[in-house]
Design a protein around this ligand. Structure first.
Ligand code: TNX
Length: 551
């Protein structure tokens, strides 16, 4: 569906967008007025018209029914910087000075539920969409048509709040447009998680993959098993500097940890929902589980004493595949399901080194009982228990591409991180996939070769490589392309000790990825993107985002 739209609009759009990006305004309109359309991600089609719509104290917002919340979001976005408390009327009227948000079911066929048509004239603004999500993205576009100070949180003096007259028709290329955030390696405060979500919404992204558990910390309160956070939520100290273990490692001597209470989680999930973002929780198993094992040693596949991990890298500790461990993790998932209403639950599955399973009696007994001959099959059996469980609850299991090894669970969705091979294999088996390759979407990798870059895990991923990323692998046969739901950024935080550091690694690369997953492939053009990015960075300045400055 999206493809046919892009075909239809391509030539016209190419023409109009070039026009849009070079259109200048008469010089007498003042210094604060943007002279070009600099929306990121780039809309599918922009048609410039003459004149500007000016926001002032007589402006009214009209939005009723299912769209009232989007109207309210717009009013709330505009109020602080403009100082205007625009009245919200629960109707669909278009009058002089109105901003109207209106349902238009006829757009569903062309634009889907996330597309919108935005018409700005000197007299009024109209957003039409087939569903509230689309209208919300229309609102995001309006914000980017206004001066960058519209992103400020208090009244900005001396700005004329106006937007150029135009028509935008827009809808996303992919339905999964996301970012992951690892809060295990370094705990991130709730307020930052909300800011991360706000920034995703601004970039028309709709999926937040919350990596809540790992070897270095368990971050989600589970009422039935309080030690998960009381013990598993805290590590004694953290490795200093580059990854080393053993006697060469030095530690900071500071306890690190934290967790989200169930109230915190509900708050964040609701916050995301109001911004049309689905939250995908990740509960890692059977590997990356050292924190769980530290809290509940009976879940281990070793008799050694295990503490919450203080170094990075891959832990040898695996959950054991006993009935009681599986029941324990199902109990955990039961609470997870009550907190996260979305369709997808991520159970990790990555980097489960099988050494312990090769020798541990519980693993050996399970293999014998189930007639399994390899540890990879045991991992597959383990994941299947949860695939069946989540399916029975009406949800879908997501796992990293290692879940392909030993046989893919029936309903699983695969996140392809070790390049794209896993994604291709899963799509060919008829499974939906999310592209998250470490070649193009790992924002923990270095952004430049500048020796002044902060310590990182390594790798090299400059913004132009992110921008050049194509989520549909060239070798994937056309009949399987529909299984590629989209792509997402990975923010692993081993070397990101705090929120400001996460922002530094995430932006502006996230802006590039947003365009990869939203905009028609044909419209992607890096020089054009970087010229829009110059204005976009003023927006991020207003939002106090610690992005990496181009240099
Ligand atoms: C691999 S990607 C991991 C993470 C690390 C990351 C660092 C994946 C599924 N596992 O545990 O944090 O590399 O880049």
């Amino acid at each position: 569906m999206t493809r046919s739209i892009s075909r239809r609009f391509t030539s016209l759009a190419a023409l109009l967008v070039v026009a849009a990006c070079t259109a200048t305004q008469p010089p007498d309109l003042g210094v604060n007025i943007p002279t070009t359309v600099t929306i990121i991600p780039k809309p599918q089609r922009i048609e410039m018209r003459g004149g500007r719509f000016v926001l002032n104290a007589t402006t009214r917002i009209h939005a009723g029914g299912d769209y009232a919340a989007v109207g309210l979001a717009l009013a709330n976005y505009l109020r602080p910087p403009t100082g205007l408390s625009l009245p919200l009327l629960a109707d669909e009227k278009t009058t002089d000075g109105s901003i109207t948000i209106r349902h238009n079911g006829a757009l569903a066929g062309t634009f889907g539920s996330e597309g919108y048509r935005l018409s700005v004239t000197p007299k009024s603004i109209l957003i039409e969409a087939a569903a509230p999500a689309g209208a919300f993205y229309g609102v995001q576009s309006i914000r980017q048509l206004l001066p960058a100070q519209i992103y400020r949180e208090a009244k900005v003096e001396g700005v004329s709040w106006s937007a150029p007259a135009l028509v935008i028709e827009d809808s996303p290329r992919f339905r999964w447009r996301g970012s992951h955030l690892d809060v295990s390696r370094h705990f991130m405060p709730k307020e930052f998680v909300k800011k991360h979500i706000d920034l995703l919404a601004m970039h028309k992204m709709n999926s937040f993959h919350w990596h809540l558990t790992d070897d270095q910390g368990w971050r989600i309160q589970i009422l039935k098993y309080p030690l998960l956070t009381e013990v598993g939520g805290w590590r004694k100290e953290t490795l200093i500097g580059r990854m080393r273990s053993g006697p060469a490692a030095t530690y900071d001597g500071k306890v690190h940890g934290g967790f989200y209470t169930q109230d915190d989680i509900r708050e964040i999930v609701a916050y995301a929902k109001a911004r049309f973002i689905n939250v995908v929780p990740e509960i890692e198993m059977p590997g990356h589980a050292q924190a769980v094992i530290a809290a509940y040693p009976r879940l281990a596949s070793t008799d050694s004493v295990v503490e919450v991990r203080k170094v990075w890298g891959v832990s040898q500790n695996l959950l054991n595949p006993s009935d009681s461990t599986i029941a324990f993790m199902k109990d955990v998932l039961d609470e997870v399901l009550t907190l996260f209403p979305g369709p997808f639950i991520h159970v990790g599955g990555d980097e489960a080194v099988k050494n312990e399973w090769r020798v541990h009696p519980i693993a050996r007994a399970r293999m014998q009982k189930e007639g399994l001959t390899t540890e990879a099959q045991l991992q597959s059996w383990f994941i299947r228990q949860f695939d069946q469980y989540l399916t029975s609850k009406g949800r879908r299991l997501v796992g990293w591409d290692e879940i392909l090894e030993g046989g893919l669970a029936e309903n699983a969705l695969v996140m392809s991180w070790r390049g794209v091979a896993g994604g291709i294999a899963a799509a060919r088996e008829g499974h939906d996939v999310i592209m998250a390759p470490n070649s193009h979407t790992y924002f923990d990798h270095l952004q430049s070769r500048d020796p002044g870059e902060p310590l990182s895990i390594g790798g090299f991923l400059p913004i132009d490589s992110v921008y050049a990323y194509e989520p549909i692998p060239a070798q994937l046969e056309p009949q399987f392309v529909k299984h590629v739901l989209g792509a997402q950024a990975q923010l692993w935080t081993e070397y990101m000790p705090n929120a400001k550091h996460v922002e530094y690694m995430a932006y502006p690369r996230m802006c590039a990825l947003a365009e990869v997953v939203w905009s028609p492939k044909e419209l992607r053009n890096f020089p054009d993107f970087t010229s829009r990015l110059t204005t976009h960075l003023r927006r991020l300045d207003a939002l106090d985002v610690n992005y990496r400055k181009p240099r």
